[in-house]
Design a protein around this ligand. Structure first.
Ligand code: ADQ
Ligand code: MG
Length: 211
């Protein structure tokens, strides 16, 4: 995962993942505009293994986090120096998540992501829909739907780690380790949605799993 080289930037061509726009509007009689990015809606899933009382996280290289850890003056060069900026700067710890880019229900997408990324084969009825919310209100505003799912060791039928060219590491954390994560002074290399998920779990679910 941390073998990174040949990092450089180009302007964005036509993309199936990110579409930049300027939205023009008149509000209270005043003409305004806002620059935004159209991105896919998504699902995220808290996966908790009740056999061993551990939460399942996915760890992966996130180019956007990496980029933001590169000093602006070093973003202009032909190549970003990976000795100065190693891959570890872009590695994030997250809940299992995926974009909605198929004509399937959010439950089916969530089920697929849990299998592909974490290796657990869960029946649809085990997926508890928690809520949905807007991510990135400044430039995105896409909807993310959140699920909670309890799994057992018996449900782990595959390795996980993602499909196609995805490179994902499955990481397990105990409840005390989750508490340490959310109270860390940061910067925490996780999205706010993940931290919300952890707080939700600690508030509503964790007590029944503490010895
Ligand atoms: N911008 C991009 N450029 C190039 N290739 C891209 C791309 N976006 C997606 N892809 C490709 O599509 C795949 C999509 O992966 P997933 O469906 O697991 O979504 P991901 O977890 O990245 O994002 C989900 O999880 C994160 C973390 O919660 C949310 O921020 C996000 O909104 C949600 O969709 C990637 O592995 C990559 O191959
Ligand atoms: Mg994903």
């Amino acid at each position: 995962m941390e073998d990174l080289k040949d990092v450089y930037l180009t302007p964005l061509p036509e993309s199936q993942y990110v579409k930049p726009f300027r939205l023009h509007y008149t509000q209270n009689g005043k003409q305004k505009n806002w620059d935004l990015l159209e991105v896919h809606d998504s699902v995220a899933v808290i996966v908790f293994n009740v056999t061993r009382k551990v939460m399942i996280f996915v760890k992966q290289f996130r180019p956007a986090i990496y980029y933001n850890n590169v000093h602006p003056k070093d973003r202009q060069s032909d190549q970003i120096d990976t000795n100065k900026y190693p891959a570890s700067l872009g590695i994030a710890l997250e809940m299992c998540a995926g974009i909605i880019d198929k004509n399937k229900s959010v439950e089916e997408i969530a089920q697929e992501e849990v299998l592909e990324e974490c290796g657990y084969n869960v029946p649809l009825k085990k997926l508890q829909r928690i809520t949905s919310y807007r991510s990135g209100v400044g430039v995105q505003g896409a909807l993310q739907t959140f699920f909670y799912c309890e799994v057992t060791d018996e449900m782990k039928t595959e390795q996980g780690g993602g499909v196609d060219d995805e490179i994902i590491e499955v990481v397990e954390k105990t409840i005390p380790e989750i508490e340490a994560l959310v109270t860390s002074p940061g910067p925490i290399s996780s999205p706010p949605s993940c931290l919300f998920a952890l707080m939700w779990f600690l508030h509503y679910k964790a007590d029944q799993f503490r010895k």
